[in-house]
Design a protein around this ligand. Structure first.
Ligand code: ZN
Ligand code: ZN
Length: 175
């Protein structure tokens, strides 16, 4: 049950490498980087100037039979699910596929100043969060737990960067 990272319009190779390293420390599974041939333009909403993540996941499902494990698509584009204005990520509960957008995890989105350490902290939290959903976890009320819901960036920053004791028992291969 390996973990597959699929960058699609994802522009930071350094962040990708850091993510592979960090997930490798945390999981006993192997972490792979894979190339999925998905054209995001097919899922672009001209009205919203964002990409519809549920449709991207549906497309990924068609292309990933050969991969046995959990798949996280990583992208820099802004994603949405109606009726929400935006989402950081979407995952199939107890499923194989998830998507994470780092568009709104970049500090420059808010303050105009980049902060690579903060970007990494936010990205690892949200990657674990989406993986948690794939392992069957729902949102957790514990603010120290990465499964706490995050509707805005402040909530990403406040919550912890690992699973609480209750949630961790459901996450396969977590060290
Ligand atoms: Zn969630
Ligand atoms: Zn929890």
């Amino acid at each position: 049950m390996d973990i597959f990272l699929a960058p699609i319009k994802f522009y930071s190779t350094l962040l990708l490498q850091d993510l592979v390293t960090e997930l490798s420390k945390r999981f006993s599974f192997r972490i792979h980087v894979i190339d999925l041939k998905i054209n995001l333009d097919d899922f672009y909403s001209i009205d919203r100037k964002q990409y519809f993540s549920t449709q991207i996941i549906a497309e990924a499902i068609k292309l990933t039979d050969e991969f046995n494990g959990k798949i996280i698509m990583l992208t820099d584009v802004d994603i949405f699910v109606p009726p929400l204005t935006f989402i950081f990520g979407e995952a199939q509960l107890n499923g194989k596929h998830s998507i994470l957008s780092v568009c709104r995890l970049h500090e420059e989105f808010y303050s105009g100043n980049s902060n690579e350490n903060l970007l990494f902290e936010r990205t690892i939290k949200e990657a674990l969060h989406e993986l948690g959903h794939c392992y069957g976890l729902r949102h957790c009320i514990d603010w120290d737990c990465v499964m706490h819901s995050s509707n805005g960036i402040e909530e990403v920053d406040i919550k912890g960067n690992t699973f609480c004791r209750k949630c961790i028992s459901k996450v396969e291969g977590y060290k």
